[in-house]
Structures are given as C-alpha cells and as structure tokens.
Design a protein around this ligand. Sequence first.
Ligand code: DAH
Length: 341
Amino acid sequence: MKEQLSDIRAQALAALEAAPDSAQLEQLRVRYLGKKGELTNLLKQMGQLPPDQRPAMGQLANEVRAALEAALERRAQALEQQALEQRLAAEAVDVTIPGKPPRLGHRHPMSIALGEIEQVFVGMGFTVLDGPEIELAQLNFDRLNAEEGHPSRDWSDTFYFDTDSRVMLRSQTSPMQVRAMDSMPLPIRIIAPGRVYRKDEVDATHSPMFHQVEGMVIDKGVTMADLKGTLNTVVEQLYGAGTRTRFRPHHFPFTEPSCEMDVQCHKCAGAGCPTCKGEGWIELLGAGMVHPRVLEMAGIDPQVYSGWAFGIGLERTAMRRFKIADLRLIFENDVRFLEQF
Ligand code: DAH
C-alpha cells in the first residue's frame, strides 16, 4: 500500500504539473481526489490492513492528499495567471492608432441668434426670464391694457383652451412683463425669450408657432431716450458699429407712446433693393414707453416710476442674420440645411 501511495503521488504530481488548462486540471482532481478517485479508493482499503500498520499508513495517505491538494492549488493559480496574461496581451490597446473623431452636432441657427441677443443684454445687466407658454388671457391681454373686444383677442387669432377664453397659448411674450412686475423688486431690467402662438397659416414668413424676445426696463426717470439709446447700442452690437436705425410711430395697447424700430438695409445701405422691398429700411421690433395703466395694474406708481419695453421676432432676426429665405426651413430640421450654420 505504501508503494501504491507513492506511485499515485508521483503520477498525480506529474500530471497536475503538466495540466494544460483548468478543465483538464478539474478532470485530474476528480481522477485522484474525487469520491471515486484513485486516492480515495486506496484509502477505502485501509480497513484491510493489519491494525498496527494503519496509523502510519493513514498519516502517509494524509500527506499524499495534502501534497496533491497543494499541487492542485498551485497549478490552478498558475493557469489563472497565464490566462490573465494571455487576455492582457490579446486585449492590449494600441494607443498610437488615430482615434475616430466623434460626430459633433452644433447649435440651431435660432439658438445662435438668440444667444447673440442674450449676450448683448446680459452684458448690459439684464436678467433672462423664462415663462409659461400656456398663459392666462388676463396676463396676455387684460393686464397689458388690451381690453375685451381688442382684435387680437378674437377666436380667429388666438388658441384658447376653454370656451370662456380664460386660458390660452400666449400670443406674445409681453405677459412676461406682467410676470416680471408681479414677482421682481424694482428696478427691473429683463428680457424674456420664448415661443408664442397665433392662428396663422404656414407660409414663407408665417407659422402658428414662432419665437419672440420681450424686453422691459422699469426704474425712476426712465425716458424714451433710454429706449432709443439702449436699442441703438444693441443693434450696433448685433449688426456692426455705425448701423443706422429709425423709429416710426406705431400703436400697441401696453405702451404710450409706441414705435417700431427699423434698421437700415444692410444690402443696399438705404438706397432701396429687393431685400428691403425698395424701402431702404427693414422693420426690426416694436417698442414703447410702458403705459401708465400697465404700471398701475401692477401696483407701480407711474408718478414715481417709468419704463420702456420692446418685443422682437426671433425668426425674422435669424432669417436676416443667416440670409434664410423661407421660414419653414427653420422648423423642418433637415440636416442638410442645418449643417450650413
Ligand atoms: N407684443 C408685441 C407683438 O407681439 C410686440 C411688442 C411691441 C412688445 C411693443 C413690446 C412693445 O414690449 O413695447 O406684436
């Protein structure tokens, strides 16, 4: 039995040492140390030995078992290490191979145009406000001095949610003037860009959804000169130093006096051409001095405070900035179009 044990030991150690992978190592474990393995079988015959030989043989058998288990463990570790090294070699990254450049998107022409406007106003100390597109008619109209019967309140012009015309898609960003006055301490200097909605048919210059940027200043001693000075500065920043503007009288319910501001046509420098339809000037925005009643309705004393406001159409600004002939291109999101900016 002693011989058998040392045979098994020699054989098994050699085999374990040479096992080429973990699957075969496992087979060897079963073959020698498993329930029906060679060593186990031999131990079962221990009972047939004379009693005086059993302790020595038992000890030897335990030593053999321990040696095999240790060899098994060692080989398993070696194989694992080998496998790891193989994997590291196989998966090695060649850092010298040029990378694939990620396909970067870019900003939409409308975002670029808005960003430029925001930058100019923020630079002058204005705060940018965001507000709801679903608005109360009270803020979109009443609080802006556009009373019942005002043409823009008509069902044919405005999207209402209810039959008594209380909740609507805002038709202008001007209700943000009211929201600013209701929520901010004086003095106020804000712009408020956002979507507005009107029942217009889609064509090259109209869309039922478009964007405006509202602006408002309220402080003590604010005059029309501040309005003109600020807007002229903005225009020079956007269109270049020396760009000329003109102000024409107009009417808006929430400003008095009201005006529209034109910029001199960049194509013909005022001579008249197809771009400005022969006018020499291009209409840019509506503006005016905040109506005393609008201030009063917001709880601001028009004897103490005064203000000016403006509203500018963003699509038109972007179309002029990027020479886009058809408004629909802005919303169709055709990548071939958008990639040009
Ligand atoms: N809300 C006006 C419109 O949609 C634009 C406008 C005109 C806004 C004059 C103003 C303003 O703040 O003072 O046509």
